[in-house]
Design a protein around this ligand. Structure first.
Ligand code: GLC
Ligand code: CA
Length: 539
């Protein structure tokens, strides 16, 4: 069966933390091969693997030094080819993560640029004067190169130099890279911060913000994406693509993922993952108010659908703290993890499950700042330790650091949870809710719930291609919607609180299809328990 954005479920792997096969404490491609049966048992179709290309690893592989070579830390090209093969045998496809907004400063193009070669300087963005733009990882976004007497732009780390997409040679180089991997049997691409690639014609200071308004969803973005599509994956009918869209808007996303625009299959947007940011600031903690999440979900579901676009459905990835710690309740760990999955993955869009969320892995709960490894966390400590003090820094990082999502997979009860024969590069979560995969198999658990939920979505077409309609509720903690097509009608009820609710039934129930807890109902009302998710088939 042809994979489509409607019928596909994608599993994301952060290779460094998935499975180590050679005892160096770092996950690798062979480790993924060894775990393919586990991935297949989830019922997913495609594996997105975050970058494992040659890289100095300043940003864990998002600083690529060679787009066509495997970082020896992760294995060899033979390992990769075997991975594609072995995955195919299990009816799994591979999605690669292409980082095309910038390269590592170790990339040969940048090294040539640094010699003053004008051809390669034009691959990047060198200017005589900097602007006041702020890097996404803190500090000014320009770096001075003394011997050239010029500044280069880096929207991320200083070792991640932004590419000049206005140069047709750069675009062609990147299209060639995509075609290289397509020829190897890759069936999906996740495009890193792809809506930042089109920079403005004029570089000026941002007097009201950090500069992002000049380069986010920039002037030629749609033209470049259409051209990329036309030269690469658009020539094949079996490739799925997803763009990571930073600080974007629904209008542009409807074009990025529109059926007719020939850009990408779908979009990751992030507004719904800022609901617990105070005033939009990542490092300012605020309580989670479910209503804010519901409103954003509803907005993006409804409007993107009306405008012909398509959402990627997700609450977790390698840049986010763990959703169960963020939006769930420690006292209802299993219930809240399964509730979050149900609410998210039965909406309209393509589900993305991030490694370990199917085990309910919680945040790190680290006890010491030294345990943090992410460049962003380290920059945060440098900047704030002296004024905030250790305890406050730790508190913030334990909630917000990207390392929360990067702790190694706990596979079993052996040493280092079976992840590695040695101490891993990053410590496991210290939280007591960390329950390894071996302890969750073949019994009621978050893992087996995920398996059943994926099967449910696959067995009922209305969850794939049906419409979605939201139901207003008197209770601000209930998130309810109906998925339907001509033949099937489903009501999905989600309780994001530890209250019990009595919910009036206005339509007749054909069947209780699914729930994370026992379901009590009569013909008039249904009881919804704390953190309960219920799927009903309606007449
Ligand atoms: C994306 C990646 C993130 C990386 C950044 C720069 O947001 O998901 O991990 O640091 O882009 O490439
Ligand atoms: Ca290894």
């Amino acid at each position: 069966m042809l994979r489509t954005k409607e019928n596909t479920v994608i599993y994301q792997i952060y290779p460094k933390s998935f499975q180590d096969s050679n005892g160096d404490g770092i996950g690798d491609l062979r480790g993924i091969i060894n775990r393919l049966d586990y991935i297949q048992s989830l019922g997913v179709d495609m594996i997105w693997i975050t970058p494992f290309f040659t890289s100095p690893m300043n940003d864990n592989g998002y600083d690529v030094a060679d787009y066509r070579a495997i970082n020896p830390l992760f294995g060899t090209m033979d390992d990769f080819d075997e991975l594609v093969d072995q995955a195919k045998k299990r009816n799994l496809d591979i999605m690669l993560d292409m980082v095309f907004n910038h390269t590592s400063t170790e990339h040969k193009w940048f090294k040539k640029a640094l010699t003053g070669d004008p051809e390669y300087m034009d691959y990047y963005i060198f200017k005589d004067k900097p602007t006041n733009w702020i890097s996404k990882f803190g500090g000014n976004a320009w770096e001075y190169v003394e011997h050239l007497d010029k500044y280069y732009l880096h929207l991320f780390d200083v070792t991640q130099a932004d590419l000049n997409w206005d140069n047709p040679k750069v675009r062609q180089e990147l299209y060639d890279v995509l075609n290289f991997w397509i020829a190897k049997g890759v069936k999906g691409f996740r495009m890193d911060v792809i809506n930042l690639i089109s920079k403005p014609e004029i570089y000026e200071d941002d007097l009201v913000g950090d500069g992002r308004r000049f380069y986010t969803d920039g002037p030629n973005i749609h033209q470049y994406l259409q051209e990329m599509n036309d030269h690469t994956f658009g020539r094949h009918d079996d490739i799925l693509t997803v763009g990571e869209m930073s600080s974007t808007n629904i209008e542009d996303c409807s074009l990025y993922s529109g059926e007719k625009s020939n850009e990408l299959s779908m979009v990751f947007s992030f507004h719904h993952l800022k609901v617990d940011y105070r005033d939009g600031q990542k490092w300012e903690l605020a309580d989670f108010e479910p209503k804010k999440l519901f409103d954003l979900w509803r907005l993006w579901q409804t409007e993107l659908s009306e405008k012909g676009g398509w959402n990627a459905l997700f609450l977790n990835n390698h840049d986010q703290p763990r959703s169960v710690s963020r939006f769930g309740n420690k006292e209802y760990h299993q219930e809240s993890a399964s509730l979050l999955a149900t609410a998210t993955f039965l909406m309209q869009g393509t589900p993305f499950i991030y490694q370990g969320e199917e085990l309910g892995i919680p945040n790190t709960e680290y006890d010491n700042l030294d345990r943090y490894k992410d460049v962003e966390a380290i920059n945060y400590i440098k900047e704030h330790q002296s004024n905030l003090g250790n305890d406050e820094c730790l508190k913030v990082l334990n909630e917000r650091s990207r390392d929360n999502g990067r702790t190694p997979m706990p596979w079993n009860l052996e040493d280092n949870y079976g992840f590695s024969s040695t101490k891993p590069w990053l410590d496991f979560s210290l939280a007591e809710e960390l329950i390894p995969a071996s302890e969750q198999m073949n019994r009621p658990s978050i893992l087996t719930y995920y398996q059943a939920l994926i099967a449910l979505r696959k067995a009922n077409r209305a969850f794939q291609t049906g419409t979605i309609r939201f139901i207003d509720s008197d209770h601000e903690h209930l998130f309810n919607y109906i998925r339907e097509d001509n033949n099937e009608h489903y009501l999905v009820l989600n309780n994001f609180s530890n209250n019990n609710y009595t919910y009036p039934l206005t339509t007749e129930i054909k069947k209780v299809l699914f729930s994370n807890q026992e379901v009590e109902y009569n013909k008039d009302v249904i009881e919804i328990k704390p953190y309960q998710a219920i799927v009903l088939q309606l007449i």
